[in-house]
Design a protein around this ligand. Structure first.
Ligand code: 13P
Ligand code: SF4
Length: 347
């Protein structure tokens, strides 16, 4: 029963104390997040991993790339586990390392040594290593502006992997014209751009988040019609048109803070993952909160981590057979760490 499973988690947590650390991303289910030692957006969870030197076992309640990042940023002795290996990220899967190497080769032919690669943390460790080896950095939704500025201080152009929307939204907010942005299509291995290539400042990898693409201009129009006083706040993984029409855009932590610090009685339509929207509704009865898309949008891979998987993971931690151990190979981890450290130093 649920009570038995919960009691099991409590028992293991009490027994292991500080030997165990459970970070939880804001998109995790309530049944899991209630047991997190810390919650956060991607940046905060990466920072906490880098700071935590005492936990022997890190049971990461989030998706695969987050657990890889935690492994890269912690010491040899600390072990990172993902309660369900199927908890991937469809966006991270949209850029594989072979495609990226092929793209880079072609881009070098076209642009020479004028490009710095940046990758959203929602990417495999191999992509982070590729970027780090070229002096590029990772970014999250909460420091993308800072990191894109940082990149332009080093090179004329950037290649932004793998989320075209976060890349486009960030560059546009910094004043890069949409006409100066091209798309890299990894399937055709070609640039999608009509015009003179020398005008290009930002090359956007053609990837996206399948959850955030579900928020549409139509959703914004209907919300404005129905609730003229409602504020619309969205995640920058949403399409450009949606972000432009919204009142605010920011990372999951930014969204939470905006609603927490708003005047009581304010109303919000939120364009992000369903578990977070539901939690905001529950935790903030003083505000009127709805999802920007009335057919709430879950992240199916985040949802793979549920209470039974958490319990199973905790129960198998100490048996040394390494169930669901996340271990990034040393050569990849070294360069990926460089990319992550550039970001952490600048955040
Ligand atoms: P943040 O929590 O950093 O905003 O990331 C959102 C996300 O989609 C994670 O997969
Ligand atoms: Fe990946 Fe989107 Fe799910 Fe985040 S919400 S884990 S970007 S699929």
């Amino acid at each position: 029963s649920r009570e038995e499973l919960e009691a099991r988690v409590i028992e293991v947590k009490e027994r292991l104390g500080k030997r165990l650390f459970i970070p939880g991303h804001h998109y995790q289910k309530d049944e899991v997040i209630q047991f997190a030692d810390a919650t956060g957006d991607s940046l905060k969870l990466a920072q906490l991993s880098a700071e935590n030197t005492e936990a022997e076992f890190i049971v990461f309640c989030g998706v695969h790339f987050m657990a890889e990042t935690a492994d890269i940023l912690t010491s040899e002795k600390q072990k990172v586990f993902l309660p369900d290996m199927r908890a991937g990220c469809s966006m991270a899967d949209m850029a594989d390392i072979q495609q990226t190497e092929k793209a880079w080769e072609k881009l070098q032919e076209i642009f020479g040594d004028t490009i710095l690669p940046l990758t959203y943390v929602n990417s495999t460790a191999a992509i982070k290593a590729f970027v780090g080896a070229k002096d590029g950095a990772t970014v999250t939704s909460s420091n993308a502006e800072t990191m894109v500025k940082w990149a332009f201080g080093k090179k004329e152009r950037i290649l932004f992997l793998p989320d075209q929307h976060l890349g486009r939204n960030t560059a546009a907010d910094l004043g890069v014209a949409l006409e100066e942005m091209a798309i890299w299509n990894p399937i055709s291995n070609m640039l999608e751009y009509e015009g003179d290539f020398s005008e290009i400042k930002v090359i956007l990898w053609k990837g996206h988040c399948s959850v955030h693409e579900n928020f549409t201009v139509q959703n914004v129009i209907e919300t404005r019609e129905k609730y003229p006083d409602m504020k619309i706040i969205v995640h920058p993984e949403c399409r450009r048109e949606v972000v432009e029409l919204a009142d605010e855009a920011g990372s999951t932590s930014y969204i939470i803070k905006a609603i927490e610090t708003a005047e009581p009685g304010s109303s919000w339509a939120v364009g992000t993952e369903m578990n977070l929207v539901k939690r905001l509704i529950k935790n903030h009865p003083e505000q009127h909160i709805i999802s920007l898309n009335p057919h709430m949008c879950p992240c199916l891979t985040m949802n793979r981590i549920d209470l039974p998987h958490l319990v199973w993971s905790l129960d198998t931690l100490e048996d040394n057979s390494g169930h669901n151990l996340i271990k990034v190979s040393e050569d990849i981890a070294q360069n990926a760490k460089l990319a992550l450290e550039y970001m952490l130093e600048n955040s």
